[in-house]
Design a protein around this ligand. Structure first.
Ligand code: F0G
Length: 443
């Protein structure tokens, strides 16, 4: 599909920003020129996916579309017990609702927001165990997304192994700048989970991009294909949780998949899926959605596609660095993360430098990004990131050049930018960045 896009005038952009309460989630998409808000569900489907959509089997139970999805998950990811869900967080509800009990600890290299929320919703405590290199934006380490097993052990020692029910590995590590996880680390985490008797889950949203990095950076896999790495890496997990909106290459969909030996977990997940998602052969999706995801999963592990995909993100990273923005290195698999705290060092954290940068990028060039600093994550100590996420198979070099030119113009007048204050926010602070209204401090 091709969609015409146009750049609204500066006056129109200023008006759109003001009426959105300086919250980019509230700006209408047709007022955006290059939309880098997220890589989730925003990619372009292939001809083969659209063709598959037409043969969607809409039977309530046992559709052939579900069978084709199950076969694709088995072939590409190595699991033949699949419970579909409407998207990643639906799958998280099914899986963590089954695995996490009141008072349990869940360890993760870094919890993504919805994962953390599902652990909390089930009465659990989410503990992050990131590799220490993850917090060094300039460290040129190949696998900054890894799980720090020593930190994991310390978290177990505090409460006892019986209270740690689940160990999760998020590949790539979205909340740590989209950094990859090595297969070696995956083996260590699997052994650690086994040793403490916890279920080992892989959040596989971006499993194919992760596999691509492994082929490039982990010597043992220098001659392997991404498809081979993906099967090897996912093979260590007891269960996987998937948002098809990323490496499923679809606009909607997700699933849980469970290892062949875990009958009880599979049965319990199916029961919970019936409650929240739908009968376990459609899980909140139309048959045509299952078809598109089955084809997308196979396309996602194609080495040429992945080299282009990850290459595009690196190209955007180079544009932004050349424009003078402090880019997190190495660049991740789905997004470029920029440290707005360093770019706007005259704006204190309490005035949301990331939001100031994101709003100015929109005002300057109609470029939409997302703040992932102290506005999105109040009361947590983290860098003032702005994320430029790249939709799959959607934009061209010219778009990235435009983003680079926009960034350069913003950098030129960075010291004139002022911060923001929140004027209205929803009761749940964790979700405020989706709907809060702000005001520039100069006005
Ligand atoms: N896990 C990870 C690592 C994710 O990045 C996401 C979504 C989810 C789970 C939830 O999946 O959106 O299909 O319900 N990440 C998106 C993002 C929203 O913009 O990073 P979902």
């Amino acid at each position: 599909m091709a969609t015409p896009v146009d750049l609204p005038s500066r006056e129109e952009r200023a008006a759109a920003l003001e009426s959105a309460g300086y919250n980019l989630f509230d700006v209408a998409a047709d007022r955006v020129f290059v939309d880098l808000l997220t890589d989730s569900g925003t990619g372009t489907m292939s001809d083969a996916q659209w063709a598959a959509v037409l043969r969607g089997d809409e039977s309530y139970a046992g559709s052939s579309s579900f069978r084709r999805l199950r076969e694709a998950v088995a072939d590409v990811m190595g699991f033949d017990r699949v419970v579909p869900a409407h998207q990643g967080r639906g799958a998280e509800n099914v899986l963590y609702g089954t695995l996490v009990a009141e008072g349990d600890r869940v360890l993760n290299n870094t919890h993504f927001d919805t994962t953390r929320a599902h652990v909390a919703a089930n009465g659990g405590e989410a503990v992050d165990c990131p590799d220490p290199a993850a917090s060094e934006p300039d460290a040129n380490d190949p696998f900054k997304g890894n799980f720090d097993v020593e930190a994991g052990r310390a978290a177990v020692d505090e409460v006892g192994a019986a209270n740690v029910s689940v160990v999760v590995l998020t590949i790539t590590n979205n909340s740590a700048a989209g950094q990859p996880v090595s297969v070696e680390n995956t083996r260590e985490v699997a052994a650690f989970a086994d040793e403490i008797g916890a279920t080992f889950v892989i959040d596989a949203c971006r499993f194919a991009e992760n596999a691509h990095f492994v082929t490039e950076r982990e010597p043992e896999f220098a001659d392997a294909t991404a498809a081979e790495v993906a099967r090897e890496q996912l093979g260590y997990a007891d269960a996987i949780v998937m948002s098809g909106k990323k490496d499923g290459l679809v606009n909607i969909g997700g699933f849980v998949a469970v290892d062949g030996g875990l009958d009880d977990l599979f049965e319990r997940a199916k029961q919970r899926a019936i409650l929240y998602e739908g009968f376990p052969t459609y899980g909140g999706l139309a048959g045509r959605d299952l078809e598109a995801m089955a084809v997308g999963l196979r396309e996602a592990v194609d080495d040429d596609y992945l080299a282009h995909r990850v290459g595009q993100v690196a190209e955007l990273g180079a544009e932004l660095a050349a424009a003078g923005l402090p880019v997190y290195e190495p660049v991740g698999g789905h997004a470029v993360y920029v440290d707005a705290g360093a770019a706007l060092d005259h704006v204190p954290s309490s005035d949301f430098p990331g939001q100031a940068l994101a709003c100015e990028l929109y005002l300057e060039g109609g470029v939409r990004t997302v703040e992932l600093g102290s506005f999105a994550f109040p009361e947590t100590e983290r860098p003032e990131y702005v994320r430029f996420a790249v939709p799959r198979r959607t934009y061209h070099r010219e778009h990235f050049e435009h983003v680079g030119e926009t960034a350069a113009a913003v950098v030129d007048r960075a010291d004139e930018l002022t911060g923001f204050e929140v004027v209205d926010e929803p009761p749940m602070k964790e979700l405020r960045h989706f709907s809060a209204d702000l005001r520039p401090l100069d006005g």
